[in-house]
Ligand binder design. Sequence first.
Ligand code: NAD
Length: 260
Amino acid sequence: MLKGKCAVVTGSTSGIGLGIAEGFAAEGVNLVINGFGDAAEIEGIRAGLEKKFGVKVIYDGADMSKPEQIEAMMDNAAKVFGGVDILVNNAGIQHVCPVEEFPTAKWDAIIAINMSSAFHTTKKAVPYMKSKGWGRIINVASAHAMVASPFKSAYCASKHGVMGFTKTVALEVAEKGVTCNAICPGYVLTPLVEKQIPDTAKARGITEEQVKRDVLLAAQPTKQFVTTKQVAGTAVFLCSDAAASITGTNIMVEGGWTAH
Ligand code: NAD
């Protein structure tokens, strides 16, 4: 059903985005992958996806904090693939720090990359989706779109903002065959989480092992990290016919975190 469609997945050179890109490639979806990293490694990912799944994959290095670069990426995707059918707003960064010491530049970057980039991509994707009468917008938010944790003021603000944006867009395109939803993962052991472990240890005055056990997994009743495959499977499901009536909502993939 998804074969031959085009998906733009932001922040897909690593972690959850890469998992989602692989999930869509396995369904025959052509891709625009995006994100930072070593050029040779990124080319390896791009060519590897093409070879393994027989789809066309292009890489666009647009910086999700730069509106003009985001717009150019979306225009290029439409030029190469004739439109954007599936948009996954996934790129994101984190910074862990008490609010009174939180660097202003970090706040601005987190709001731009985690939240405003979804506005810039969606603005460009919606006209294509409306004209085709089909589209799927998936925002990778977080359990932190529903609840907060100390020392993550910018991140929680950005993810709560993404949730409001998700609901608004869903209402605007509801009659056009286009859905807009958020996936809210709990902790997935990606570079984003690995990087915040030392900072959390410092902020709380505990060891890194204690951060994993007593801070991260303490929040998840399953006591297991969520996997990128589980998030990718949810994204693919949201693009199925079975999910056509699911819009303006959030799917929690967080091991029961927000149940208590
Ligand atoms: P990650 O660090 O593994 O990957 C982030 C991706 O975003 C990378 O490809 C990176 O290059 C890209 N990126 C960062 N800044 C960018 C920019 N300015 N422009 C373009 N690309 C940029 O992180 P991840 O854990 O896979 O996170 C992906 C998304 O999932 C984020 O939005 C994050 O908030 C969300 N999330 C992660 C977790 C988790 O536990 N890992 C939990 C909930 C939500």
